[in-house]
Design a binder for this molecule. Sequence first.
Ligand SMILES: *[C@@H]1O[C@H](CO)[C@@H](O)[C@H](O)[C@H]1NC(C)=O
Ligand SMILES: *[C@@H]1O[C@H](CO)[C@@H](O)[C@H](O)[C@H]1NC(C)=O
Ligand SMILES: *[C@@H]1O[C@H](CO)[C@@H](O)[C@H](O)[C@H]1NC(C)=O
Ligand SMILES: *[C@@H]1O[C@H](CO)[C@@H](O)[C@H](O)[C@H]1NC(C)=O
Length: 571
Amino acid sequence: LKDRNQSGSRFSLTHPANGFQTPEKRVSAVRLPDSDYMRWGVEETCQFLLKEGLSKWVVFNDPIHGHVELHPLLIKIIDTPQFQRLRYIKQLGGIYFVFPGASHNRFEHSIGVGHLAGQLLQALNERQPELLISSRDILCVQIAGLCHDLGHGPFSHMFDGMFIPKARPDVKWKHENASVLMFDYLVTDNNLEPVMKQHGLVLPEDLDFIKEQIAGPLDTNVWPYKGRPEDKSFLYEIVANKRNGIDVDKWDYFARDCHHLGIQNNFDYHRFLKFARVCKVEGQKNICTRDKEVGNLYDMFHTRNCLHRRAYQHKVGNIIETMITEAFFKADPYIKIQGAGGKIFTLSTAIDDMEAYTKLTDHVFEQILNSSSPELAEARQILQNILRRRLYKCVGQTQPNKSMEVTRVCYTNLAQSVPQSGAQDVILQPEDFVVNVIVMDYGMKEKNPINNVRFYCKSDPTTAIQIRKSQVSKLLPERFAEQLIRVFFKKTDDRSLAAAKKHFIQWCMNNNFSKPQDGDIIAPELTPLKASWANNNEGETGEVDGIRELNHVSVNGEKAKVQLFKEEEEQ
Ligand SMILES: *[C@@H]1O[C@H](CO)[C@@H](O)[C@H](O)[C@H]1NC(C)=O
Ligand SMILES: *[C@@H]1O[C@H](CO)[C@@H](O)[C@H](O)[C@H]1NC(C)=O
Ligand SMILES: *[C@@H]1O[C@H](CO)[C@@H](O)[C@H](O)[C@H]1NC(C)=O
Ligand SMILES: *[C@@H]1O[C@H](CO)[C@@H](O)[C@H](O)[C@H]1NC(C)=O
């Protein structure tokens, strides 16, 4: 024990059982602000180990990360009603109705993010003890990882992306807003402040730090953060990286979602962990990676886009979430949830009261389905239609010419044009159409996130450089964002549907949107009228085809490109 003290290992950083094998981590530990233990005697050390180490570290067996060991303070946070609520919120919402494996919940994802946050900091600390990463820093970043999704509502992104905008169009609300409020409520409701102090956190500074990592800066100064100084700016790039979107949250959901969806994940975060280094960039310290890893980062964003296209924005998944949203909207006034002081909230107002919100999970779906009250009849019918697979139909998908703000405008536009449609024998009604606008991007609107990543070279690991897309490959995206417009139709009889599809083609023509893929089949009399919709092979060059043949890749063009790219990178 004496040896240990002198070598300066930090007891609370690693499990005591591991601590004995890592006496070389000395530099950062000696100067820790919370290193009273340098003066501890045997008695105090034993008490500390009993309290901190031997009894309460908990091991989780996670299907993605294997055996995950978590610090006692993290366990205190997990074992609260506010955190346990995440067991009842599907990670991928309505997508579970399309992918039967996607039944995983926010609970396990949150534990995964807490774990990976610790892994990344440990890796940095081992490589660069001069960063003076303290056990407090690690705990706070892990807590932010655990708690970043506390504010998700029923069916995750359906709730903040579709339901709240529909039910409360006047509020600008995302789940992160509630994550912060819920975190505060979790701490007070469970009286965790004394426990946090006991484990070395400094309040309220560390609470600010945790919340800033979840929701961004509270302030807008030059250095906008309160919880940690600019010298530790890299700590803000771990859980939710506002600079370039490369963070442990993505690493966990890529791996976890792919596992449950049955889709191959081609991003390996273990590799990123090996190459991550903190370098100085314009007065701040950023997490950087090796120059040769740049191709893998483009792949990471490509993977994310594939997941969106194949799963998160799956057409039928979108339809089902649209229907659940409608059911919730109709049920909204009649669902009563008791909050603080006995006050009653509804589905859409529960976000204003964390006591009420704690009780709101996916179970509201079954609550509506099981109800017998007449007010809920309409909502119940919609949910029953989902179970019986009587779904709205997709009449088509198109893209606007250039990125435009299409939401409500687009909806009225489509609805108003209905009487002009060519179909005389069926009546199309505006309220039978639903317009969904989907933004697909690399996480930073039109911008290339890789431009915000800094790299270091083997010959000088301390200097951060920028790498341009043109320095990487010619087979990378030209643009980093696109919009998809999808139109659904609520009637399911063949004649109405056929008329709706033709009307949609006409609408795309009038608005200069792209030709829907099945346009020539649905409306062969209309599509030739538009010159820009002519069939030709613009944009395809012989070069690409040649390469494709050379490599004998029989999959579609996109996959072929990725394949080719990776092979080059590995050399
Ligand atoms: C949610 O957070 C965003 C960004 O911090 C803020 O602009 C917005 O006003 C918040 N919404 C509510 C309802 O508090
Ligand atoms: C709905 O009814 C089913 C079957 O009776 C039951 O298993 C389930 O717990 C009920 N759900 C709710 C939210 O009441
Ligand atoms: C569509 O494009 C044509 C010609 O390019 C233009 O005259 C027309 O105003 C455009 N329509 C809309 C709705 O933007
Ligand atoms: C789309 O926009 C481009 C340039 O902004 C323009 O040249 C083209 O005519 C537009 N296409 C249609 C169909 O309006």
